[in-house]
Design a binder for this molecule. Structure first.
Ligand code: PEP
Ligand code: MG
Length: 545
């Protein structure tokens, strides 16, 4: 058995035969030159259309997020700018069509990568579409997940949303990837399927002839075997204690909320019986917008998301533009370090009128929908910034105002920050990235972005204490909140609301309901005393045994 290790991002143990997600096709050559460039160029659009048709057909067979992902990828395949650029390359240089598609898609991907952040994450999708069109042109099977015939452990370099959108959860025992991090698509998907996952496993794909694997999503251990192993599925996370009203077994109230990005996410939040929304990422409504949407347009978009939560709490985050989520209408210019640049609330200091228009739209949408709306600002660094934001929000007529804690400085000064606002919500994804100076999107640094890192937990403990001293509420809305065991630890650190991907709501709500506040505090003390992430997780687990 070859023993490897990575970062466990979804809990549980499983074992079984492995299926490799097909690696990309070899690079199509630029020669020999084609003799009839016109005819060669004419093959491209039909191939792109065939790829889109295939994805739309798969979309027709599924619902919810899977449908949205497949339809988005299909729309990308049909993007006329990709086909026409490829056709132009064939006409100009007489290169074969597969080569032209490769070059055109790579140009497109490069411009996304240069923009950075969330758009850079779309590079994976562009490559996926590129490879599907090339496979269609070559008449070969596209890369990706083969049809599964028996329960299997999937091994991949990384997983794209379209790879996994229509995976049959009954046939996937675990996910293991060589790249990816704790906030990657693989991690989110595995938690939503309730299966173990380990990411950032160095050497996973290097020349092994393994036919079976053992996966421990808790410790991050992966064993690869050349012989069959006994098939074991992870126990599904216990959701039995989730009543739809969050709290510990001894009655300490903990709100269990969902994160949403657009109206499409709200159905999942409602069906998981989330008590409301702890993070509405408004920038997701406008990632493709070139001009600032006017107040009426914003009001309608927000009201659509808020309506299913009439009478329930919803925390609307103002536009978190810049760095990983650049918005066309809030250009900040070239920056050497966009993650450390003018992003989040900082964008508003130069353009307060954009913030004011958004706040007016949120206030109006709150009235339209009947939801109990609060607002919070992303990337707040100082109490002064928090106070500046709070005054504008209150002037716009929004009574409850908060600040995200994503910058270590804000965590260190949480007491004063809480004097300026009504609540704070900890964005553990960014807080980890900035505490460890480790890009959250880099698989190579996934271990530093592990939310079980004691340094991160100690910072959260400081914020929790500040919440206790000021009597104001401290929530967590980063991916850390989606881990049931870590959710208990966060409660023990003084956190009174947990907001997460909707599919994790029942498991986290159930885990919190199954423990007393004192037990959560004991587990938190044990995790804080550890010197590494694995030790913190093991200590917390032991505290509940
Ligand atoms: C976070 O940083 O943890 C967070 C919730 O914000 P986002 O993931 O949108 O940056
Ligand atoms: Mg963030």
């Amino acid at each position: 058995m070859l023993r490897l290790s990575g970062v466990g991002v979804s809990n549980g143990q499983a074992a079984g035969p492995v299926v490799r997600v097909a690696e990309p096709l070899p690079e199509p050559p630029a020669s020999p030159a084609v003799t009839d460039p016109g005819a060669e160029a004419a093959r491209i659009s039909p191939a792109a259309q065939a790829v889109a048709d295939g994805l739309f057909a798969r979309a027709a067979g599924v619902e919810g997020d899977a449908k949205a992902v497949l339809e988005t990828t299909a729309a990308m395949a049909m993007d006329p700018s990709l086909s026409s650029r490829a056709e132009q390359l064939v006409s100009q240089r007489a290169v074969p069509a597969p080569r032209a598609v490769l070059e055109a898609a790579d140009e497109f991907a490069e411009s996304l990568r240069a923009t950075g952040g969330y758009l850079a994450e779309r590079v994976r999708d562009v490559h996926d579409v590129r490879d599907r069109i090339i496979a269609e042109l070559l008449g070969v099977r596209p890369p990706g997940v083969p049809t599964l015939l028996e329960p299997s452990v999937l091994l991949a370099r990384d997983l794209a949303p379209a790879d996994t959108a229509d995976l049959d959860p009954d046939l996937v025992l675990a996910l293991v990837t060589e790249e990816g991090g704790p906030t990657s698509h693989t991690a989110i998907l595995a938690r939503s399927l309730g299966i173990p996952a380990v990411v950032a496993v160095r050497g996973l794909l290097a020349g092994t002839s393994a036919i079976a694997a053992e996966v421990d999503g808790d410790s991050g251990a992966v064993g690869l075997s050349e012989e069959r192993v006994e098939v074991r599925a992870a126990e599904r996370a216990d959701t039995a204690n989730w009543t739809g009203s969050g709290g510990t077994s001894d009655g300490s109230r903990v709100k269990i909320l969902a994160n949403v990005g657009a109206a499409a996410d709200t159905a999942a939040a409602v069906s998981a019986r989330a008590e409301g929304v702890g993070l509405f990422r408004t920038e997701f409504c406008y990632l493709a917008a070139e001009d600032e949407p006017d107040v009426a347009t914003q009001r309608a978009a927000y009201a659509e998301v808020l309506e299913p939560f009439a009478g329930k709490p919803v925390v609307v985050r103002t536009l978190d533009a810049g760095a990983d989520k650049p918005l066309g209408f809030l250009e900040t210019g070239a920056e050497p370090n966009p993650a450390l640049g003018v992003r989040g609330l900082r964008v508003a200091f130069d353009r307060p009128e954009v913030l004011d228009r958004q706040l007016a739209a949120i206030a109006a949408a709150a009235g339209d929908s009947g939801a109990d709306v609060s607002v919070m600002a992303p990337m707040v660094a100082t109490p002064e910034e928090a106070a500046w934001f709070a005054e504008r929000a209150r002037t716009a007529g929004i009574a409850r105002v908060g600040a995200m804690v994503e910058v270590p400085a804000a965590a260190l000064i949480a007491g004063e920050l809480l004097e300026a606002v009504d609540f704070v919500s900890i964005g553990t994804n960014d807080l980890a990235q900035y505490v460890f100076a480790a890009d959250r999107q880099l698989g190579a640094l996934a271990g530093l972005n592990d939310p079980w890192q004691p340094a991160l937990l100690r910072l959260i403990a400081m914020i929790g204490r500040a919440g206790g001293e000021t009597g104001k509420s401290v929530g967590v809305c980063g991916e850390a909140a989606a881990d049931p065991l870590l959710g208990r630890v966060l409660v023990g650190l003084g956190v009174s609301s947990l907001s997460m991907v909707a599919t994790a709501v029942p498991a986290v709500g159930s885990a919190v309901a199954g423990a007393s506040l004192r037990a959560c505090e004991r587990a938190a003390e044990a995790a804080l005393a550890a010197s590494d992430a694995a030790g913190a997780k093991a200590a917390a687990r032991a505290a509940f045994e």
